[in-house]
Design a binder for this molecule. Structure first.
Ligand SMILES: Nc1ncnc2c1ncn2[C@@H]1O[C@H](COP(=O)(O)OP(=O)(O)OP(=O)(O)O)[C@@H](O)[C@H]1O
Length: 654
């Protein structure tokens, strides 16, 4: 109706000859278009909001979603809800005693992550046909029943699927074979029956169908997963379980072959009885056709290489040799390779990046970072990677998908990436306010602006939330950041902290951390293996930096910094505890207790034994508790340093 009205209006408009009337009409037309646009957006926002409210009404028996219902979920805090461009993209509601059907969620068509783990949701699984953008689906430890929905094939972009520990039944759909990005498929402890379809995905790292009612041969493509992935299915056989035994008495069914005798029938090469042999003419035609196709392909191939080598020879000089200029080596043929992630406010192309004015920000463990200002005025940070350990394009792209889907407000978002033979570029949001490292340790001389306690707590809390999000999102994979340090906590234009460089430690070398000595957990000194517990250790060091104002050692030699946990312990033992805190903090009144509480917890984070360290979610809770609702503390005009109660409380905890 609205569109018709606009069309009629446009026709009317053309009949007007008077200029003033025309102008008036154009203004009204723009206004009506704007109104239509606004009403569309409004109805979209309302749809997601209404869906969430309906879901709460259906399942929130334990009243755990108290924050839901006030205002807009994308503008106000609704527990577990993350939005992008006013649409709900993440819904993470694990362990909240939710009970009932989740069907209503099927209309959230922009979801990237849905985590309903550990509730008591029942009924059949929701229709998934709208979830085409979904990357992570965690529905384990509920009471979902029935078969997988017919629309499962819509989930082709999934990275992780966990339906374990439910009452699901029916067959495992063969469409999983087409989930080209799937990293983890967990279906254990359900009632799935029939045979396992021949899923052959090179991407798959984690697979479990144990504790079901599956039967028949284990497909050879899945043998590489250990026996624990298949145990508890009494009719399943073949490697890595015991071999299938042939028996003349068995009669296997088509859909669920028995472990006894499952030799596939051979397909006849020529069907002699049917009289459908090819004629001589047909054979000659096929041979000629094939030959022509091969010749054409060879010519195209030669043409491509001739063009590549004569028309455009990419420079092989590094930018350093070119006087530090920003010059990227992306051959013409590979320029379409810039992949932008969904929801970018100002899309751009590789050409825009190549034309942009740029300055070097610095060199890190993974390569060189530049600030690039595009002609549109947009500033981005471009990271030019060196020594990428992942060599294949596909693997690189999958890794980027993983990183690019993390969109927590306390992470530096990856906007785009480019994979070319000579160049691997990552494009991030540009953070104009430096890093926590530069705020704490930069320019300690005259003219320095001190960082007050409220700001320090805000930065610590935001960074902890960002890291918790990384750990929670990849909980089942035990993925970690691997390079937590104050220079990787950047500050955005609004003064909010954002963790940078997530996923790079995994990209450069799947086993080791690039961490500098002062941030490295004791167990990493030998193995260098990254883990969530080691991240907590590194985060503990960041907390100690915030409290003491001192920088940790950057190298084993330790001539450029100190072993922070050791230093704190030695200071506290010598009873001049107030000295442990940054002298800049001493002018703020009434913060001693908060600082001491934070110090105690930071020291638990840097416990020698990984098991004694808290989880990041506990760190967040601790910082939230420390601050409570207190308003920023005022400056003590006397500047006096308080020793009590620091000495007693802090010493007793260390
Ligand atoms: N998104 C960004 N916005 C603004 N500045 C950035 C951004 N990413 C990196 N930088 C800055 O670029 C410089 C180099 O950063 P880079 O991350 O490459 O190395 P690093 O953090 O010093 O060390 P590492 O590689 O071990 O993390 C640093 O000064 C950093 O603050």
């Amino acid at each position: 109706m609205k569109v018709l009205k606009v069309l009629n209006f446009t026709t009317d408009l053309m009949r007007h000859e008077d200029m003033t009337q025309n102008r008036l009409a154009i203004q009204t037309l723009c206004l009506s278009l704007l109104l239509i646009l606004l009403s569309c957006c409004h109805s979209l926002i309302n749809n997601d909001t209404q869906t969430l409210i309906d879901f709460k009404d259906t399942v929130d028996v334990g009243k755990q979603l108290g924050s839901w219902g006030v205002g807009d979920p994308c503008k106000h805090f609704w527990k577990g809800v993350t939005c992008r461009r006013s649409r709900v993209i993440h819904l993470t509601l694990a362990n909240l005693e939710l009970h009932g059907s989740a069907h209503v969620l099927s209309s959230l068509d922009q979801l990237r992550i849905l985590d309903l783990t550990g509730n008591s949701l029942n009924d059949s699984l929701p229709d998934v046909s709208n979830w085409q953008n979904l990357k992570f689906l965690y529905l384990s430890q509920n009471q979902f029943s029935g078969g997988l929905p017919n629309s499962t094939s819509s989930l082709g972009r999934l990275l992780n699927l966990d339906l374990s520990n439910n009452n699901l039944s029916g067959e495992i759909p063969a469409s999983f074979q087409h989930f080209g990005h799937l990293l983890s498929l967990r279906l254990e402890n359900n009632m799935f029956s029939g045979s396992i379809p021949p899923i052959n995905l090179t991407t798959l790292q984690d697979f479990n169908v144990s504790g079901n009612q599956l039967s028949g041969n284990i497909p050879s493509s899945l043998e590489r997963f250990g026996s624990s992935s298949f145990e508890g299915n009494s009719h399943l056989c073949g490697r890595p379980l015991s071999p299938c035994i042939s028996s003349p008495t068995s009669v296997p069914s088509a859909s669920s072959p028995s472990p006894i005798s499952s030799t596939p029938k051979s397909v006849p090469i020529s069907n002699k009885g049917s009289g459908s042999r090819l004629s001589k003419g047909a054979i000659v035609a096929i041979v000629l056709g094939d030959a022509a196709a091969i010749i054409i392909m060879t010519l195209l191939f030669l043409l491509y290489y001739w063009k590549r080598n004569t028309v455009r020879k990419p420079s092989t000089r590094r930018p350093e040799e070119q006087g530090g200029q920003y010059s990227l080596q992306v051959p013409e043929a590979e320029r379409s390779r810039l992949v932008l992630f969904d929801g970018i406010d100002h899309p751009f192309e590789l050409e825009d990046l190549l034309r942009a004015s740029a300055e070097m920000l610095g060199k890190g463990s993974f390569g060189t970072a530049y600030k690039a200002v595009l002609e549109s005025g947009l500033s981005v940070a471009v990271k030019r990677l060196k020594d990428v350990s992942i060599s294949g394009r596909k693997e690189f792209e999958q890794h980027m998908e993983l990183i690019g889907n993390l969109t927590h407000p306390n992470l530096v978002w990856l906007q785009a990436y480019c994979y070319a033979k000579e160049e691997k570029l990552l494009v991030y949001d540009y953070m104009p306010n430096g890093s926590l490292y530069s705020l704490l340790h930069g320019n300690r001389g005259p003219g320095r602006t001190p960082v007050d306690w409220t700001t320090r707590v805000k930065l610590a809390l935001g960074a902890a939330r960002g890291l918790t999000y990384i750990h929670d999102t990849f909980g089942s994979h035990k993925m970690a950041h691997g390079n937590i340090k104050s220079s990787n906590v950047l500050v955005d234009k609004d003064g909010n902290p954002r963790i940078s460089d997530f996923g790079l430690a995994l990209l450069m070398n799947t086993k080791s951390t690039p961490l500098r000595a002062g941030y490295r957990a004791p167990e990493q000194n030998d193995s260098r293996k990254i883990s969530q517990r080691a991240d907590v250790y590194s985060f503990g060091i960041v907390l100690l930096e915030i409290l003491t104002g001192k920088a940790p050692a950057q190298s084993q030699a330790q001539d450029d910094g100190i072993d922070l946990p050791q230093w704190v312990q030695s200071v506290v033992r010598e009873e001049w505890t107030a000295e442990v805190f940054d002298f800049e903090l001493m002018r703020y009144k009434n913060i001693e207790e908060e600082m001491v509480a934070m110090l105690q917890f930071a020291m638990v984070c840097v416990s020698h034994s990984p098991e004694q360290r808290p989880k990041m979610s506990q760190v967040v809770k601790m910082i939230e508790d420390i601050r409570g609702d207190q308003t920023p503390s005022g400056i003590d005009s006397t500047g006096s340093q308080s020793r009590s109660p620091l000495s007693e409380v802090a010493r007793s905890s260390l």
